[in-house]
Design a protein around this ligand. Structure first.
Ligand code: CTP
Length: 395
């Protein structure tokens, strides 16, 4: 996803520098061209050889290295980068950046840099909370640097507090958010429903389905990375909430209905990928649940059709639903598209291998009132990308 992108990592003298090696590796796996500049202190903590082996590029640590491979290295490296991340950023380097001190390869390059620079402070809690560091971080933000808040936890110095470098997977999300896609959905407001819903039968049991939320979360990430303002209304899942979305957790179909109802009117695009539990127990409190030693019966009622009721009141929104079918997939899905007056339906055939719940792949057909396009087996990320590409073409 970062094919053709130059990512410049600045590594300074903090213990967390070892985690930056993992970040470099994650970036390479995304096909980025990763370049690393280290300060002298960083090399006390981790060898440049680790970064060179992981990235295939020479680490630059000396402004006056005649074998850097660059013509005026600090200017050339600043110019070729698409995104810069300084991780860990020590209090010392932060202070230098604030004052425009250019006394090493990293700080000199930063003065010449015009692209987004993320600064990831990581240090002892007292150093981080020191008013000097806090002032410096505020000034860095004013100068246009993007400061990522440290996490709270156990620190190498033995303290438990704020100052921990976020995990490499989290830092990767920031870079993907910035550089993975063209921002063709900038200015669009997108609402996505995801995951299963859950209906309690009694304090112990509930009705649900096998949805893991993977498809909906992939849709949310794709739209976010393309610049959209994303609201994700999600039933219970085991997935990490996406960092840059407005995430609204819900449990029941009724809660999902209320949340969608409150958000719908301000949206441009609505994609309902949640597997809403179609039934719920009627008036659980009053109902006489028939129970014996070997059986239990309970009366159920249909939950509100969220997709149908929203599509019925749509104005300019593009509304896309999903359909899960075990037979007559095309006919049933086309009928749903027409009946609910949808702009698109993404049809899943649950009987096809690699499709449906839990898997990392999906096999879907995109149906609009005038077109039917069968897609091959793809990762859920690719399916999400294709869905939004189609929607953007139709808007
Ligand atoms: N959906 C919804 N509200 C419900 C049930 C489903 O909004 N109470 C949405 C899902 O998010 C999905 C679409 O409706 O986008 C289709 O879900 P599906 O279960 O395939 O269809 P149903 O309309 O529930 O019809 P049936 O179960 O009879 O096939």
């Amino acid at each position: 996803m970062l094919q053709g992108k130059h990512i410049l990592l600045g590594v300074t003298g903090g213990i967390a520098a070892y985690k930056t090696a993992t970040l470099a590796s994650l970036l390479v796996k995304q096909h980025a061209d990763v370049h690393v500049i280290m300060t002298e202190n960083a090399e006390q903590i981790i060898s440049p050889i680790a970064f060179e082996a992981l990235t295939g590029n020479k680490v630059i640590d000396d402004t006056f290295d005649r074998n850097s491979g660059y013509h005026v290295a600090h200017i050339a490296m600043a110019a070729e980068a698409d995104v810069v991340m300084i991780a860990p950023a020590s209090a010392n380097t932060i202070a230098k950046l604030v004052h425009g001190i250019a006394d090493n390869m990293l700080t000199s390059t930063m003065l010449a840099c015009t692209v987004p620079v993320y600064v990831v402070p990581a240090m002892n809690t007292h150093m981080y909370e020191n008013p000097v560091t806090q002032d410096n971080l505020k000034k860095l933000t004013d100068y246009g640097y993007r400061v990522i808040d440290p996490a709270t936890g156990f620190l190498a110095c033995g303290y438990d507090g704020k100052g921990k470098m976020p995990e490499p997977e989290v830092l990767l999300e920031y870079i993907l958010q910035e550089a993975a896609y063209e921002k063709d959905m900038a200015g669009k407001k997108v609402l996505i429903t995801a995951g299963p819903t859950r209906e309690s039968i009694d304090p112990v049991r509930y009705i649900t389905n096998h949805s893991t939320g993977k498809m909906g979360y992939a849709l949310a990430k794709n739209a976010m990375r393309r610049g959209a303002e994303v609201t994700l209304i999600t039933g219970p899942t085991n997935l990490e909430p996406p960092l840059f979305a407005n995430v609204i957790p819900v449990e029941t179909a009724e809660q999902m209905y209320q949340a969608v109802d409150a958000q719908f009117d301000r949206q441009d695009i609505v994609v309902m990928s949640a597997a809403v539990a179609d039934y719920r127990p009627i008036h659980v409190a009053e109902q006489k649940v028939k129970k014996s030693d070997d059986a239990m019966s309970i009366e159920l009622e249909r939950t509100k059709d969220i997709l149908g009721s929203m599509a019925a009141r749509k104005k300019n929104q593009f509304v896309c639903g999903f359909s899960m079918e075990t037979e007559h997939m095309l006919e049933n899905s086309k009928a749903k598209l027409e009946k609910k007056k949808l702009d698109m339906i993404v049809a899943n055939n649950l009987k096809v291998e690699g499709a449906g719940f839990g898997t990392d792949t999906n096999v879907v057909t995109l149906i609009t009132p005038t077109t039917t396009e069968e897609l091959p087996i793809m990762s859920k990320d690719e399916v999400a990308d294709t869905i939004f590409r189609h929607i953007m073409e139709l808007l």
